[in-house]
Design a protein around this ligand. Structure first.
Ligand code: FES
Length: 141
């Protein structure tokens, strides 16, 4: 995973493997807002309101700030039982502050203090390899 800074915020760019993408089907029923319908204007641009929360399924682009009180979640990509995580953990992010967990699409699990999914900033791809954060076809964020 790569982290870049945008307007003073960390933006994560995570390249997801086929296994990671498949895990999202398993977490679908466990997350609080599977379709990213809560406050889409704030958390998920319409072109990312899909099962992967992304333009290209392979790449998650999300702001790495917990929607509870703004702490920085840690990466917990390894699936399986481990400290502070459920036995059926599929890989994702853990906010150590108050235990909110997010799947590999940044979707918050049910019954956690964080009220919303990790925000996906407006972004776009220019050509094959260039990702622009904070801007899309509609203009600057
Ligand atoms: S700030 Fe993340 S769970 Fe409280």
């Amino acid at each position: 995973m790569k982290t870049v800074e945008w307007r003073g915020k960390p933006v994560w760019i995570l390249r997801r493997t086929p296994d990671m993408l498949a895990s999202l089907k398993k977490t679908d029923a466990q997350v609080a807002d599977a379709k990213s319908e809560r406050n889409p204007a704030e958390f998920t641009p319409e072109y990312c309101m899909n099962e992967y929360r992304s333009i290209k399924p392979e790449y998650l682009v999300a702001i790495g700030i917990c929607t509870h009180l703004g702490c920085s979640p840690s990466t917990k990509f390894a699936p399986g039982p481990q400290s502070s995580l459920p036995d059926d953990w599929q890989g994702g992010f853990l906010c150590p502050c108050h235990g909110s967990t997010f799947d590999l699409a940044g979707r918050v699990f049910k019954n956690k203090p964080a009220p919303d999914n990790l925000p996906v900033p407006r972004h776009m791809y220019m050509g094959e390899g260039k990702l622009v954060i904070g801007k899309d076809e509609k203009g600057e964020a």
